[in-house]
Design a protein around this ligand. Sequence first.
Ligand SMILES: Nc1ncnc2c1ncn2[C@@H]1O[C@H](COP(=O)(O)OP(=O)(O)O)[C@@H](O)[C@H]1O
Ligand SMILES: [Mg+2]
Length: 364
Amino acid sequence: MVNDKILELKNLVKKFGNITAVNDLSILSIKRGEFLTFLGPSGCGKTTLLRMIGGFYYPSSGNIIMEGEIINDIPPEKRKTSMVFQNYALFPHMTVFENIAYGLKVKKLPGKEIEKKVMNALSIVQLEGLEHRKPNQLSGGQQQRVALARCIVIEPRIILLDEPLSNLDASLRVMMREEIRKIQKSLGLTTIFVTHDQEEAMSMADRIVVMNQGKIEQIGTPLEIYEKPSTLFVAGFIGYVNMVKGKIKSRQNESLTIATDLGEFINMNEDLKGFKAGDEVTIIIRPEAVCLEKASLKREGNTFQGRIQNFTYIGYIARYYVEVAGQEFPFIVEISNPGGRGILQAGEQVTLTLPLNFHCIKDR
Ligand SMILES: Nc1ncnc2c1ncn2[C@@H]1O[C@H](COP(=O)(O)OP(=O)(O)O)[C@@H](O)[C@H]1O
Ligand SMILES: [Mg+2]
């Protein structure tokens, strides 16, 4: 069932006075069972979008369509969605049990059934035995789990999680990623997860929606978003990239020649089929995709020269900042297993080599 569509967002707009928080945003197929992540900088409209899906904000225009039906007018408690808020929003005077039971009580389920469902939810989030505690007697991670249990206990079709891990410390955050993913998969729950943390998005999502200023920059799998960013914003937001301006000089079958200030480069990337001579482009190179060697002065292949400005040694990688004539910023190159290969020193002349299938973005 993973492939059928559960939710559609069509031309959604949300304005607060003269601020447009979500700006004509469409996602045409959110699939059943999918883990979709909204990723973008603070203020780009992620929470606003999630709240509209959950029914907590009414769209200024556009439609939210769930299983074929427009649900704009349906209040949150009647939607088949359930949301975990960024600050958890647990009821402080209620016990863990009462917090989780709340949504079921609102639905007026019989007491026995409520107890069974709450105990089951507690076991899913591994909080058995803590049902009589109050939220202030729990750690941040445990409160997080209560919020998650309260969300899944009402058996929604879609769960909406707004930066659920941002209040946890780093190691717990990484552990909870795995756990949320496991729970989500075992229950087959469609999940929309909001984060501004690119690593979190990369490690959890089936697909990532990169947002900027209320709009979608790109939707894709983590691999597509990282390897084939379609805009400079996406390239710069997800990890570090080196950028070099260029112009397509010629095309010969599968092979493009791109002229830059660093010389000409050959590119045989199949994704660049639509590029033609005369196009202005930005070459996008990840730090780990550059090859770095002590200088040999003859230029051949996709090489250019530089000089090591400085470096950071992090153990599993060394990060070199390489000064390249005519470039405003140093080229950043990461070499794995630097201990085994020998560290290059500041001041050394080096040759950098680009792969034959580097990524380019057409300038607009
Ligand atoms: N209730 C509100 N009233 C006025 N402006 C708001 C409100 N909620 C959000 N905004 C504005 O809308 C934009 C998007 O906010 P938000 O959706 O919270 O972004 P994110 O969750 O990505 O950080 C921001 O400029 C924010 O200041
Ligand atoms: Mg937010």
